[in-house]
Design a binder for this molecule. Structure first.
Ligand code: EPU
Length: 436
């Protein structure tokens, strides 16, 4: 296991280009199962989650080749329908294999992904949706079995208590594109990653209307062709670099390659806080050194186009240093605050009331050994470490590697003092202060 040592307080200066979006790529890898023709995906980030997905597709019988750093080819001529626990447990997103297997093979057996540290993550809406499309769905011994011999287009309502479901929408779309007849999905997710998936499916010959809205109409086709597609940029990674630039003591960071239109809620909140940010076409420029003078904010995470839950931890990190009281409420995963006790170890003044974090900005954070609990919490700890006085040691950084490619390197290129090493090389006293 590796750890990262961050010596805080370095200015960040220069350009950073955002990679392709993990959460768009994963269902796109699954979409390659919808056809027996070759599929090529460009701008794929180099992440452990992508490698897990490649392993599962290979297990199902697809030929998966990494052509170069960011380009993958997948050909699924003959495939199986069984995704076992061993593979699925490594990554929840493997549940998005359900839709393509149902669409192409008319059956699927997938291990249920189970809970996860950010909260309950049921798939009841996915299963209800598939049942509406004529599938027989049963759950037995930790597996979901779908028999889709009678797959047929239908009206499906995908709204749940927390709004729509992103992966559920991906699953329903990928089943419906090959289902006879017309499917209407109401309360569909309209996250940019879903919009990108729709465009990819259309490039394969799918008939989809309403792309980008909460109401999708899909007219099933008999077969789909392969694809040659470039994945949309990762808006969450972009937001994380913006936060890094803002939290640095000085310097100017230019975040390149992302369309600011897909980051509106986050950028508007920072504008409201009077953060020094300028937005032009595909470049967002942010200045460090002003964080104490920002205005505190109040925000609530919501499905797109609302404030993204995947930037909640990073926004918490920013607000730890902004004078005044900020309130950040989680509506998607009400308990997604595992970063809070770790930020407290660094001197942050945060209390949790129900599903809200009440943050009273402090003058400075101080470096400490901290433990990453999940992907976005890891990012928040990196950000706090970059801004803190002294050394921060982030442990369990394998969480970060699931969603941020070459993150240390990109931050180092901007001027950060970051070193990664084996956990055994970490000073023993520091490692022990984090145990228990
Ligand atoms: N929900 C249900 N029933 C369902 C499905 C979801 O009640 O059948 C609830 C969930 O419990 C949650 C809410 O609906 O409260 C939204 O869940 P959703 O299904 O939209 O989440 P997801 O598809 O499992 C994706 C991203 C997450 C991101 C969420 C919300 C991928 C692979 N994952 O998850 O990304 O937080 O949407 O935007 O696309 C991350 O990248 O760090 C991450 C966790």
């Amino acid at each position: 296991m590796q750890v990262v040592r961050i010596r805080g307080g370095q200015p960040l200066d220069g350009e950073v280009t955002v990679s392709g979006a993990k959460n768009a790529c994963l269902p796109m890898f699954a979409a390659a199962l919808l056809t027996d023709e070759p599929c090529i995906l460009h701008n794929v980030p180099d992440l452990s989650d992508i490698r897990f997905m490649a392993d599962i597709l290979q297990h199902l019988g697809a030929q998966v080749t990494r052509i170069d750093d960011n380009t993958w080819s997948i050909t699924a001529q003959t495939i199986g329908t069984h995704a076992p626990y061993d593979l699925v447990r490594k990554m929840r997103a493997s549940v998005c294999l359900l839709g393509p297997l149902v669409g192409r093979m008319r059956q699927a057996q997938i291990s249920l992904p189970g809970g996860c540290v950010i909260g309950q993550r049921p798939i009841d809406l996915h299963l209800k949706g598939l049942a509406r499309l004529g599938c027989d769905v049963t759950i037995s011994q930790g597996y979901v079995y779908v028999d889709a011999k009678r797959l047929q287009g239908a009206d499906v309502f995908l709204g749940g208590r927390q709004g729509s479901t992103v992966t559920g929408t991906a699953n329903l779309l990928m089943a419906a594109v090959l289902a006879p007849g017309v499917t209407h999905i109401e309360s569909a997710a309209c996250e940019p990653e879903i919009v990108d998936l729709c465009h990819l499916l259309v490039s394969m010959g799918a008939q989809i209307e309403g792309i980008g809205s909460h109401a999708l109409t899909i007219e099933g086709v008999d077969r789909l062709s392969g694809f040659n597609y470039r994945v949309v940029a990762d808006r969450i990674q972009a937001g994380t670099f913006i936060a890094a630039g803002l939290m640095a003591p000085s310097g100017t960071v230019q975040v390149k390659g992302v369309n600011s239109n897909i980051l509106t809620a986050f950028l508007h909140k920072l504008e409201e806080a009077q953060a020094p940010i300028t937005v032009e076409k595909d470049t967002i420029t942010v200045k460090g050194g002003y964080i104490r003078g920002l205005k505190p904010i109040e925000t609530i995470t919501l499905p797109y186009p609302g404030f993204p839950t995947d930037l909640q931890a990073q926004m918490c990190a920013i607000m730890t240093l902004t004078e005044g009281i900020s309130i950040i409420t989680e509506r998607i995963y009400p308990n997604r605050f595992m970063h809070v006790p770790e930020l407290q170890r660094m001197g942050a003044d945060i209390s949790i009331e129900g599903s809200s974090a009440i943050i009273n900005g402090v003058e400075h954070l101080s470096g400490a050994p901290v433990m990453a609990s999940d992907l976005r919490a890891s990012a928040a700890l990196y950000l706090a470490g970059l801004a803190a006085v002294g050394e921060t040691w982030v442990q369990r950084i394998y969480h970060l590697d699931r969603g941020y490619d070459r993150f240390d390197e990109k931050l180092r290129d901007l001027g950060a003092d970051i070193v990664r090493m084996e956990a055994t090389e970490m000073p023993k006293a520091l490692a022990e202060s984090c145990i228990g």
